[in-house]
Design a protein around this ligand. Structure first.
Ligand code: KIV
Length: 272
């Protein structure tokens, strides 16, 4: 299908559903701070995810589990101050929604009130259905996240592709339909077979955003620092690096260090 890209003044959850209906793909990237979010928003990315991957990328933790609700609110507030166009979705961190729907609602309200985020995302299917309904009933848009759900890494044991077996694939499709039925505006599908992701996208009218889920879905998301090559140790097959900032920054910073040591910086024109 040939699709004309429309100019949207401000992306809302409704815009995303309309984009899917029109066959227009949705671009999504993470951001965790003001400066990066300004660049991402200025480059016309449709959705900025303040992901709990901040736990890895910004804080250096091995998993996403340690990041707190307060830390997510701090990152989301910084992003919100930079953004004029994109929809800003904020991850509910591990422990802030799984145990009890009332707690889930309190956490989501804190994110919306204290950061100004536009929607929340949380991981899981039927096991978190009541939490999702509670949040939605308060008028807060919710995005689901299925497939590889990094907050459950200790249950899975590895970061390998999910839902390759029939039973898990079947459950994933059931969860996708359930998330649409209860009122989620979109779903992230992470690291599952492309054919299954395409089937999921065809089975619902809300957008399915993939990461390592092939090209038959309604949009793509990547972690910004991976996509611009600021990180260099994480190399999954699904990751396309558009730059090698790790290398470029190392060269620039080494040059600065050497210029300071040699007295070459600052020059006459760089002083008062
Ligand atoms: O936290 C995150 O960055 C995410 C993406 C990988 C989808 O959830």
């Amino acid at each position: 299908m040939s699709v004309t890209k429309k100019e949207y003044k401000r992306i809302t959850v409704k815009t995303l559903v309309d984009m899917k209906a029109n066959g227009e793909k949705i671009s999504m990237l993470t951001a965790y701070d003001y400066t990066m979010a300004k660049i991402v928003d200025g480059a016309d990315i449709d959705v900025i995810l303040v992901g709990d991957s901040a736990s890895n990328v910004m804080s250096g933790h091995e998993t996403t589990l340690p990041i707190t609700l307060d830390e997510m609110i701090y990152h989301a507030s910084s992003v919100i101050r930079a953004v004029n166009r994109a929809l800003v979705v904020v991850d509910l961190p591990f422990g802030s929604y799984q145990s009890d729907p009332k707690k889930a609602l309190r956490s989501a309200i804190r994110i919306m009130k204290e950061s100004g985020g536009h929607a929340v995302k949380l991981e899981g299917g039927k096991e978190v259905k009541d939490s999702i309904k509670r949040i939605l009933n308060a008028g807060i848009p919710v995005m689901g996240h299925l497939g590889l759900t990094p907050q459950s890494i200790y249950k899975f044991g590895t970061y390998t592709v999910r839902a390759k077996e029939e039973q898990e694939a079947h459950q994933l499709l059931a969860d996708v339909k359930m998330l649409e039925r209860v009122g989620c505006f979109g779903i992230v599908l992470e690291k599952i077979p492309a054919e299954l992701a395409e089937e999921a996208a065809e089975s619902v009218s809300i957008p399915i955003i993939g990461i390592g889920a092939g090209n038959g879905v309604d949009g793509q998301v990547l972690v910004l620092h991976d996509m611009i090559g600021m990180t260099h140790e994480f190399n999954p097959r699904f990751l396309r690096r558009y730059m090698n900032l790790y290398q470029d920054m190392t060269i620039a910073i080494s040059q600065y260090a050497s210029d300071v040591k040699s007295g070459e910086f600052p020059s006459d024109s760089e002083q008062y």
